[in-house]
Design a protein around this ligand. Structure first.
Ligand SMILES: Cc1cc2nc3c(=O)[nH]c(=O)nc-3n(C[C@H](O)[C@H](O)[C@H](O)COP(=O)(O)OP(=O)(O)OC[C@H]3O[C@@H](n4cnc5c(N)ncnc54)[C@H](O)[C@@H]3O)c2cc1C
Length: 458
């Protein structure tokens, strides 16, 4: 029997997983990737002679998908967890980020780190959680600020939730959908009658063990391992430009900017939503309309390498987060050499730090030239971290339109968009199903399975 042909458009982690899964069940798979390398936001680059992640650097290990994909890529031997734990929130000084929280929502109001961070008024308000009003059986979504701020008070939002949402989504609590930010939260609130109780019940349900994981060499080293073990064909420097029904034979034609059009029984579209909008325009206009309505935030990462002796007051932990209320440019920091033993071991005499800049609706800093951006960030953090002298090397990585902003009812819109897709086409990726790497992998898997029911020529 001839194998079914599947084309996967987009070589980010979602597309790689979709391609791997389709190949595993016997499809003949070609993955087309517009850039010169697969991985999308999982990518590494040389800084001061060290090969470092300059995109995603850590995946949630309490969901199974990331660790499973590392195993499928035959990299289990390289699996690592952070060498230290804990993080700070930078207000007037650094406060420990309470450990008992879920995306900043306290799961234990007796956490000893809460009072310093929230202050007396904030604690009073938290203790008097207003019973939530999220409607009996109706599944209406709310913004995170409406749900959390309305019940637990504004300080929890401003000092806890905003820094975490800024770190993960570059987004704001008054815009992001509660259902997307913490899947299952609204249902749990309805069940438990409490936002704190709901967050606690979701947290207790997640797997035991370390929260985060990576691989030696960084997550940027994972995509090529997935390809090596995956059994599918990759065309880099190849942008899909149009998707049309194949005349007569059923299936699809994928036109590209650099090769003969590809013929496929099935197509998985695993690109950012704005790129999907172009591809879907003629075959699924309603899905294209949903895709083009999704906004993205731009961010930049500043990676700096110092001589270890030039960073004199690095606090314990993996880094810190900065709430928008402080007005600072710096949004988050990762103490890379402290967080990842393999980075420390590459250069024990150096200190690698990484800072992130840019929030949705607040692109300050992103228009600065690289050298100016590095200076602006270091000027802000120099005193806090005890930095003396200049970095040995610095690299700015700009991630334009990289983080989708999930407004209220995003999930419902996506479900509708998927219903209008013709058979044999599926959507995967962060823009549809969530930005975290495990969510993207799950999205790729589901897309592979969804097109899996299509028969050749059908
Ligand atoms: C700076 C940054 C740091 C992050 N850190 C973390 C982290 O530590 N942990 C975590 O879990 N998540 C992190 N995320 C989020 C996570 O990395 C992403 O949500 C996820 O990697 C997206 O994967 P994807 O496959 O959906 O899309 P992408 O990675 O965007 O991949 C899409 C691919 O499609 C290609 N493409 C686009 N158009 C076309 C076309 N027409 N034809 C062919 N190819 C095309 C692109 O070149 C790209 O390679 C981070 C995101 C950013 C921006």
């Amino acid at each position: 029997m001839t194998a079914l042909t599947t084309v996967v458009v987009g070589g980010g982690i979602s597309g790689l997983e979709a391609a791997r899964r389709c190949a595993h069940r016997g499809d003949s798979v070609t993955l087309v990737e517009a850039s010169d390398v697969v991985g999308g936001k999982l990518v590494s680059q040389d800084v001061d002679g060290l090969r470092l992640d300059v995109g995603a650097e850590s995946l949630l290990a309490r969901r199974p998908e990331g660790v499973e994909l590392i195993a499928a890529a035959e990299r289990t031997g390289d699996l690592v967890h952070p060498a230290t734990s804990g993080a700070g929130v930078w207000l007037d000084r650094l406060y420990p980020l309470p450990r008992q929280q879920l995306l900043g929502i306290p799961t234990d109001i007796d956490d000893p780190d809460l009072p310093a961070l929230l202050g007396a008024d904030g604690m009073d308000r938290l203790r008097q959680e207003t019973p939530p009003d999220v409607g009996g059986d109706s599944l209406g979504d709310l913004t995170v600020a409406e749900l959390v701020g309305g019940r637990l008070g504004p300080d929890v939002v401003d000092r806890l939730v905003e820094p975490l949402l800024g770190g993960v989504y570059a987004g704001r609590a008054d815009q992001i959908s509660a259902e997307m930010a913490v899947p299952g939260l609204l249902d749990a609130v309805r069940r438990t009658g409490s936002v704190v109780g709901a967050a606690a019940s979701l947290r207790s349900r997640s797997a035991e063990g370390p929260v985060f994981a990576s691989v030696v060499g960084g997550l940027g080293s994972l995509p090529s391992s997935i390809v090596d073990a995956g059994g599918f064909h990759v065309l880099t420097n190849t942008m899909a430009v149009e998707l049309t029904p194949r005349v007569g034979a059923g299936g699809w034609t994928v036109a590209t900017d650099n090769a003969e059009p590809l013929q496929a029984d099935r197509v998985v579209v695993a690109v950012p939503a704005f790129a999907a909008a172009t591809l879907l325009g003629s075959v699924a206009p309603r899905a294209a309309a949903v895709a083009s309505g999704l906004q993205y935030a731009s961010v930049a990462l500043v990676t700096v390498v110092f001589d270890a002796g030039d960073v004199t007051a690095l606090p314990a932990g993996t880094g810190f987060l900065v709430p928008p209320m402080t007005g600072r440019l710096t949004k988050a920091a990762t103490f890379v050499s402290r967080k990842w033993r393999w980075v420390h071991d590459l250069a024990p005499d150096r200190e690698v730090l990484r800072f992130s800049v840019g929030r949705h609706g607040d692109p300050r800093g992103l228009d600065l030239a690289d050298a100016e951006l590095v200076s602006a960030v270091l000027d802000e953090v120099r005193e806090l971290l005890g930095i003396v002298g200049d970095p040995r090397a610095a690299l700015v990585t700009r991630w334009e339109r990289s983080l989708p902003q999930f407004n209220v009812e995003h999930r419902a819109r996506v479900a509708l968009a998927r219903e209008t897709l013709p058979a044999g086409i599926a959507l995967a990726g962060a823009g549809w199903d969530g930005v975290g790497i495990p969510a993207c992998i799950a999205s790729g898997r589901e897309a592979a399975d969804r097109v899996g029911s299509v028969i050749a020529g059908g």
